[in-house]
Design a protein around this ligand. Structure first.
Ligand SMILES: *[C@@H]1O[C@H](CO)[C@@H](O)[C@H](O)[C@H]1NC(C)=O
Ligand SMILES: *[C@@H]1O[C@H](CO)[C@@H](O)[C@H](O)[C@H]1NC(C)=O
Ligand SMILES: *[C@@H]1O[C@H](CO)[C@@H](O)[C@H](O)[C@H]1NC(C)=O
Ligand SMILES: *[C@@H]1O[C@H](CO)[C@@H](O)[C@H](O)[C@H]1NC(C)=O
Ligand SMILES: *[C@@H]1O[C@H](CO)[C@@H](O)[C@H](O)[C@H]1NC(C)=O
Ligand SMILES: *[C@@H]1O[C@H](CO)[C@@H](O)[C@H](O)[C@H]1NC(C)=O
Length: 924
């Protein structure tokens, strides 16, 4: 809509008539002040016109500044606000300059409905107004908007400042909109709980702290540095109100920002872009993640094998080191699916090359072929920086030909420095980047048929700061870095000019690590240009996401199979393309403990395939720490042991005690693979995190909001790890209900209270909650072997006289591009069970697909937990089971084990049992 058109609406008598604008929400009188907010950043805006979309899905409004200020630069006025009810559970609020186009997260990175600017006629996907769960209201002067939950009238967001009745002072600034500074606040109750906003390591736990600034700026800062901006950026949080109703708030903006969480307010201080809010109605945590991932991208399916165990280290000197590690895992009977290479394999740290001596490409290929023959995989690392120190490096030459590298302010390729020395960075926003990267990946795959790619250093990390850098060829040889096997030197050898522009040094300083007066500290200079002139200043936080997207496309093209990608830097929407690990942690008990929160947060951000470096990356681990970490890490969605160069080796077979606890914990993980894989399937459909906070399943239990060192796998498996040295018990919070230990089936019945659980050195507590049916297989040393074993169903009943349980199973070949319910290539089964005092039944219903039938998958065993009387008769599809030995009852555990079944996983079945003490089993 043009300015003139909108101006005409001012004359329109219908203006303001059709939308509710009474704002009676959150009328808190407290003066809550953000310490970062400057006083009197203007007096806000007034709404000068509003026009409703004809289809009733929202409106467009014009906002005009009331009073100019010069702090942080001149104001932008007028502004255009578009409000759209995208669906019953989502409201979109978009505010920007009404005349000039501003930077926004590009549509091709996160495809989403375009912001409508004209009256929408006729059909639309947006909801009819009577089903809306959220309602937006606004005030005209000063302008403010509020989001209310329709069912309760509770105010969820309110950008109008509260006024102190005594002093007349406003609690915070009205909305501020300048080129390099946007500020908007919301009033908050003091007793809500908020989660999310990342990425950072959180010693204080899951819940966002009050009076704390969270800074979003993708930075190569070791994850053991707590409470600072790390590799990824997520301006998304979940807000749980008294009573448990939960909503989500996303500010879809890629610029650097501080988010201040105060006692009774939350303030965004953003250094560019637009205000692009999405409010998700929930009302449960799972519903919020569902709504959020529906918008930003559902998690991409991960290959089945990637749920097996992974081993990596930086410092595997040569191919024989890898072979030695793989052999020793086997000798020690510890499962291992995938062996990894960090940068050690490369020739002088050049991407897509192998060191000709230590990692001779032919020997690597032979090794990888052996791995594949043994049902194992190989993943290796790529960094974005492309070496420019060698004249005859074809990857560089093809990149130069396609002109896909980032440009400095003079239009030349931007020079930076990473492990290979001087590099150019590919511009993954460039339309030709995909074909170039795909060619490189294809050539590389021809050399060695690897199974996945690990994309690191993509914040992007730079050993130098500044622009217009240059180097002397003579300086290259003097540093160990280019020898290809000495990575101790990360000193800058380039000569650069530190930028002084308003982008390097913007008027508002976000609280990022690094020097305040240079936003480009140890990363790409802010004045660097991406395709179409996009500034690094705006696109910085998107580098990892854009590389993930291009790498995913490349792998899909080259391997024709489901990609496995592990990215360090991530953004909103990254889960649709990549897995993530929490970065450079340290071998300390604190890091072990903090990993729980980091992993839960990643799942909440829509990146469910996540893990922390098991046993710790930096520093030397200890036997006890590594043992406890192997136990906990066995239940990370992505489970990988990884160490830094210069640290002692930490493969689990190196200590007998670690080997014992690894066999035990990984043994359970491998038995649970069908369940983990089914959770992946569910994540691709609803965003549901694989590992979750306890409050996801027990939202009515306020105590769960404070549990930071236990977690759920799916809905109903609770892991309560030991996170302190010298402990052989865990003081675990056990939400209400009956829980069964998955190792020995012992039972804990809780009213919602703490229990001291025994946790001897070789053991971790893993419990399944009543109501769950778990599909399991048999433990083997690789996931490929597990896949061939018969199934067991664990059915966990509660204590009530009538109890029920349910579960799901998804199976497919594990590598198809799609993970879909469809005929032939997959099977999806649902299980239901119920039991009264004297009888019960378990049914399997095949919802779709012939895969399980074609593969001949069979169910051999059923274990019923919580059955108080020994069954006297068991019928399988109407037939009594053949032999008494097939039925075992353990009165102590109230557990029934039915063995020797031969039921097809791919067909419907029904198992019934009766308990009649008068009728002996033997009478059959
Ligand atoms: C929580 O905060 C709301 C709004 O500030 C208030 O109405 C409610 O009484 C508070 N509840 C408790 C338990 O403090
Ligand atoms: C808020 O945090 C700041 C900085 O850490 C501190 O100086 C101040 O006392 C805190 N205020 C409150 C109310 O806790
Ligand atoms: C450059 O690379 C090509 C292709 O790999 C090779 O044939 C040629 O010998 C190389 N030239 C030099 C000078 O290394
Ligand atoms: C690194 O490589 C150089 C030359 O290839 C070799 O002389 C040196 O011994 C290597 N250093 C280590 C620590 O392996
Ligand atoms: C440029 O900035 C970096 C990081 O802030 C600093 O270490 C370096 O000394 C500066 N260089 C010059 C030439 O000012
Ligand atoms: C780890 O221990 C080794 C001795 O086993 C020692 O040489 C090395 O410096 C230690 N590394 C760290 C990071 O503490």
């Amino acid at each position: 809509m043009k300015r003139s058109t909108l101006a005409a609406f001012r004359m329109n008598a219908k203006i303001f008539s059709a939308v509710v604008m009474v704002l009676a929400c959150c009328s808190s009188l407290a003066a809550a002040r953000s310490p970062k907010a400057l006083k009197s950043l203007g007096q806000g805006h007034r709404m000068t016109s509003v026009y409703n979309f004809e289809d009733g899905t929202g409106f467009v409004a014009d906002l005009e500044l009331i009073k100019r200020t010069e702090i942080y630069g001149p104001d932008i006025s007028p502004l255009r606000m578009v409000v759209r009810y995208d669906s019953d559970d989502q409201v979109h609020v978009h505010i920007t300059d009404s005349t000039q186009t501003r930077w926004e997260v590009p549509q091709d990175l996160i495809p989403r409905p375009a912001v409508p600017t004209l009256a929408l006629k006729g059909e639309s996907n947006a909801a009819a107004s009577n089903g809306r769960q959220l309602e937006l209201s606004y005030t005209v002067e000063p302008f403010g908007f509020a989001i209310t939950r329709t069912s309760t009238g509770e105010c969820l967001f309110n950008s109008t400042p509260p006024i102190d009745s005594k002093t007349g002072e406003a609690g915070f600034n009205s909305m501020v909109f300048k080129d390099q500074y946007l500020e908007i606040s919301t009033q908050l109750p003091q007793n809500n709980s908020m989660f999310g906003i990342g990425e950072s390591t959180r010693p204080d736990g899951l819940r966002l702290m009050r009076n704390r600034t969270y800074t979003l700026w993708a930075t190569d800062m070791a994850a053991y540095t707590v409470d600072v901006d790390l590799y990824g950026a997520y301006p998304f949080h979940m807000d749980i109100r008294e009573g448990g109703a939960t909503h989500g708030v996303l500010l879809l903006n890629s610029n650097g920002m501080d988010i201040y969480v105060g006692e009774d307010l939350l303030t965004y201080h953003v250094i560019g872009g637009v205000l692009d809010f999405y409010f998700f109605a929930g009302p449960s945590p799972l519903a919020v993640v569902d709504q959020y991932t529906k918008l930003v991208g559902r998690p991409t399916p991960m290959p089945y094998w990637s749920f097996g165990f992974h081993q990596c280290r930086w410092g595997y000197e040569n191919i024989d080191d890898l072979r030695y590690v793989v052999d020793n895992y086997k000798k020690a009977n510890i499962p291992l699916d995938t062996i990894w290479n960090d940068i050690d394999y490369m020739d002088a740290y050049k991407d897509f090359t192998f060191d000709p001596i230590r990692y001779d490409e032919n020997k690597v290929r032979e090794f990888v072929e052996e791995l594949h023959a043994n049902g194992q995989q190989y993943v290796l690392i790529l960094d974005p920086g492309i070496s420019v120190a060698y004249k005859n490096y074809s990857t560089l030459e093809r990149g130069l030909k396609d002109d896909i590298f980032l440009k400095n302010e003079f239009g030349n390729n931007y020079l930076a420095q990473v492990w290979p020395g001087p590099v150019f960075f590919p511009d993954f926003l460039h339309p030709k980047a995909t074909s170039w990267w795909t060619t490189e990946v294809a050539d590389f795959f021809k050399k060695v048929p690897f199974d996945g790619l690990w994309i690191d250093m993509n914040e992007a990390s730079n050993f130098c700061t500044g622009s217009a850098c240059s180097f002397e060829t003579s300086s290259l040889g003097t540093l160990g870095m280019l020898r290809g096997n000495d990575s101790s030197n990360d000193q800058c050898i380039l000569r650069c000019v530190n930028g002084t522009s308003r982008f390097d040094n913007p008027p508002y300083k976000i609280d990022h690590v690094g020097t305040y007066n240079n936003l480009g500290d140890k990363t790409i200079a802010m004045t660097v240009k991406h395709y179409n002139g996009a500034l690094e200043y705006d696109a910085h936080n998107l580098y990892g996401l854009s590389e993930s997207i291009v790498t995913q496309k490349a792998l899909q093209t080259v391997t024709k199979q489901r990609p496995f990608i592990l990215s360090r830097s991530t953004f909103v929407g990254s889960g649709a393309h990549t897995a993530h690990w929490t970065g450079d942690n340290k071998a300390t008990w604190e890091d072990l403990k903090y990993s729980v929160v980091s992993i839960i947060n990643s799942g909440m951000f829509g990146v469910p395939m996540v893990g922390a470096d098991i046993c710790g990356f930096a520093g030397n681990t200890t036997e006890e720490l590594c043992s406890r970490w192997m136990q906990m890490g066995a239940f990370y969605p992505f489970s990988r042991n990884h160490a830094a160069i210069g640290t002692d080796s930490q493969e689990p077979y190196l200590w007998e005690s670690v080997a014992v606890s690894s066999r035990k914990a990984l043994g359970l993980r491998y038995r649970l693979l069908p369940h983990l894989y089914t959770l992946m399937f569910e994540a691709t459909k609803s965003g549901a995190p694989i590992v979750r906070a306890l409050f996801f399943s027990f939202p009515d239990d306020l105590e769960t909001l404070t549990i930071n060192h236990q977690f759920l796998v799916g809905n109903n498996i609770m892991v309560s790890p030991v996170v302190y040295p010298g402990h052989t018990t865990v003081n675990a919070y056990v939400p209400k209900g009956t829980w069964y230990n998955l190792f020995d089936f012992s039972k804990v019945t809780s009213k919602g209270e703490r229990f001291v659980l025994s946790a001897p050195a070789d053991s971790i507590n893993v419990h399944v909650h009543e109501g769950q049916i778990l599909p399991m297989q048999e433990a083997r040393l690789t996931s490929a072997e597990v896949k061939k074993t018969p199934f067991t169903l664990i059915v966990a009943f509660g204590d009530a006289s009538f109890a029920s349980a349910s579960g799901k199973l998804f199976v497919d070949n594990g590598v198809d591009l799609e993970m879909e319910v469809r005929d032939g290539s997959s099977t999806f089964v649902q299980y239901f069970a119920e039991r009264s005092l004297q009888s019960g039944s378990l049914v399997g219903r095949v919802i779709s697909g012939d895969y399980a039938l074609e593969q001949g998958l069979v169910l051999h065993n059923v274990r019923l937990l919580g059955v108080a009387m020994s069954p006297s008769k068991v019928f399988v599809n109407g037939q009594p089971i053949a032999a008494a030995e097939q039925l075992k009852y353990d009165a102590n555990l109230a557990s029934v084990e039915i063995t020797g079944l031969n039921v097809a996983v791919g067909k419907d079945f029904e198992i019934k049992w009766e308990s009649q003490e008068s009728v002996g089993w033997a009478s059959q």
